[in-house]
Design a protein around this ligand. Structure first.
Ligand code: NAD
Length: 479
């Protein structure tokens, strides 16, 4: 296994292109602030080459059999498993998460490759009974064409592989702009597909100033579909732009996940599970639990355990084996966290754990628990996308379900209860793309992942995974 950081590059028409006179951007280690690599930006000519390559490759890739496409994806899955340590180490270096989390992310993606490889063989059309005896009528589902995808830095391997696997298994070709702050994972993905024998142009990886690249690609008549994972404001901009060019979209946007802990739940178990889950990836997770509503009789018990566990989380560089939570991915997230805490404090909230930056170098922020933050505070309204949990008591389940639904977000949600009637009220009442009751079970390749309301449009994973990558063609034929 090599200890050198990934050689950063563009990947266009089957070739890796490094600096070679292009604008380059420094990539920093969030644990130290040191430069660890230089990322080349795509020029207009590079973007045009990527568009042309993806367009050309589509004419043949769309006709490659699903079995053959699946075999290639399975090969990539196996290569990801074989290289998970090396790729994971580089993710830790440029994104900050603990090594075990980074390696786990790569291994879970191998599962995404395998699942899409299989499911791609089940992209069925249908036969519609005709009105005349000499007519046959069919519905065909065909790949939409060239896709433009934009993926973020929090799960840099996972967010990219989900889009690539779905596009490629469906017979589409794809140009992907990954996260410039944490680029190694996407370059590694391009290397795996290259090594597995993907034909040139089916996958292209570009980098640059995000809005310049997305505006150029989305406006191109070659691109037929736009897929984005990131914040709600950027998602709305890209969706509007795609709409103005009448392009299909899949939007995986932010969340502000509510957690409802009923008094009849196994309260200590819930606190233990939630403390571990909340601070995974330093809370930089779109489905991270954020608003914790605890039923009054269980409030003190829950809080005692949750605060104790949160205070005990070891924060440090992701490559240190004792680290449970790494630095935030970049400096601007540290500033954002301080602003959330300050706003809550001035509105009367209490800081029960953490609440501040740690040290002067690296982007470390302590795991933070707030109580008594009012509903109009920033933390109760806006996605923190970081290690802050805000906890308040509740009295009435129907009322708390209304509060859970009161924000424009609708991505994930969590509840703990041992009463099946309460579980039913929660799963029926909460407006969210995903509801997890008594455990965390989302984000599996075989299950749909996506949000409602401002949290997005469309799903990734599950049998829904191909919906955004296929067009419907009705064929009617008379003998
Ligand atoms: P940001 O909104 O500037 O960027 C988020 C991601 O979108 C980055 O990867 C960025 O490169 C990309 N991006 C930004 N503008 C773009 C554009 N015009 N075209 C294409 N891509 C664009 O915010 P940030 O400071 O990097 O991250 C913080 C916010 O991002 C969080 O508040 C969170 O809501 C959101 N985010 C969400 C997810 C998710 O999984 N849904 C992941 C990462 C970040």
């Amino acid at each position: 296994m090599s200890n050198a950081y990934e050689k950063l590059a563009l990947y266009i028409d089957g070739e890796f292109c490094e600096g070679e006179g292009r604008v380059e951007q420094a990539v920093l280690d969030p644990a130290t602030g040191q430069t660890i690599g230089k990322l080349p930006h795509a020029s207009r000519a590079d973007l045009d080459r990527a568009l042309a390559a993806a367009q050309r490759a589509f004419t043949t890739w769309r006709h490659v059999s699903p079995t053959e496409r699946g075999a290639l994806l399975r090969k990539v899955g196996q290569l990801s498993r074989d290289r998970s340590q090396e790729i994971g180490r580089n993710i830790t270096l440029d994104q900050g998460k603990p090594l075990a989390e980074a390696v786990g992310e790569v291994l879970r993606c191998a599962d995404h490759c395998d699942w899409h490889a299989e499911e791609g063989r089940r992209i069925y059309g249908r036969v519609i009974p005709p009105r005349l005896p000499n007519v046959r009528q069919f519905v065909l589902r065909e790949p939409i064409g060239v896709c433009a995808a934009f993926t973020p830095w929090n799960f840099p391997f996972n967010q990219a592989i989900r889009k690539i696997a779905a596009a490629i298994a469906a017979g589409c070709t794809i140009i992907l702009k990954g996260p410039e702050d944490s680029p190694s994972a996407v370059v590694a993905i391009a290397r795996l597909f290259h090594e597995a024998g993907l034909p040139p142009g089916v996958l292209n990886v570009v980098w640059g100033v995000p809005h310049e690249v997305s505006e150029y690609l989305i406006a191109s008549p070659i691109v037929r579909k736009v897929s984005f994972t990131g914040s709600v404001p950027v998602g709305k901009q890209l969706a509007a732009l795609a709409g103005s060019h009448m392009k299909r979209i899949t939007m995986e946007l932010g969340g502000h996940s509510p957690v409802i802990v009923c008094a009849d739940a196994e309260v200590e178990r819930a606190a233990t599970m939630l403390s571990a889950f909340k601070f995974t990836n330093a809370g930089q997770v779109c489905v991270s639990p954020t608003r914790f509503y605890i039923e009054e009789p269980a409030y003190d018990r829950f809080m005692a355990k949750f605060i104790e566990l949160t205070r005990g989380i070891k924060v440090g560089a992701g490559l240190e084996s004792s680290t449970k939570m790494g630095p935030l991915a970049h400096e601007r997230r540290v500033t954002a966290m301080s602003e959330f805490v300050e706003d809550a404090r001035t509105r009367g909230a209490r800081v029960e754990a953490g609440g501040e930056r740690i040290g002067n170098s690296g982007n470390f922020f302590s795991p933070t628990v707030l109580t008594a933050a009012p509903d109009d505070s920033k933390i109760m309204q806006m996605e923190p996308f970081g290690p802050i949990a805000s906890c308040v008591p509740f009295k009435d389940l129907d009322n708390v379900i209304q509060r859970a639904n009161s924000l424009p977000y609708g991505l994930s949600s969590y509840a703990f209860t041992s009463n099946t009637r309460n579980a039913l009220r929660i799963q029926n009442g909460v407006e969210a793309g995903m509801v997890n009751i008594n455990h965390f079970g989302q984000a599996l390749p075989e299950a749909p992942f996506g949000g409602v309301k401002d949290s997005g449009i469309g799903s990734e994973g599950g049998t829904e995974t191909f919906d955004g990558y296929l067009v419907t063609k009705f064929v009617t034929q008379m003998d």
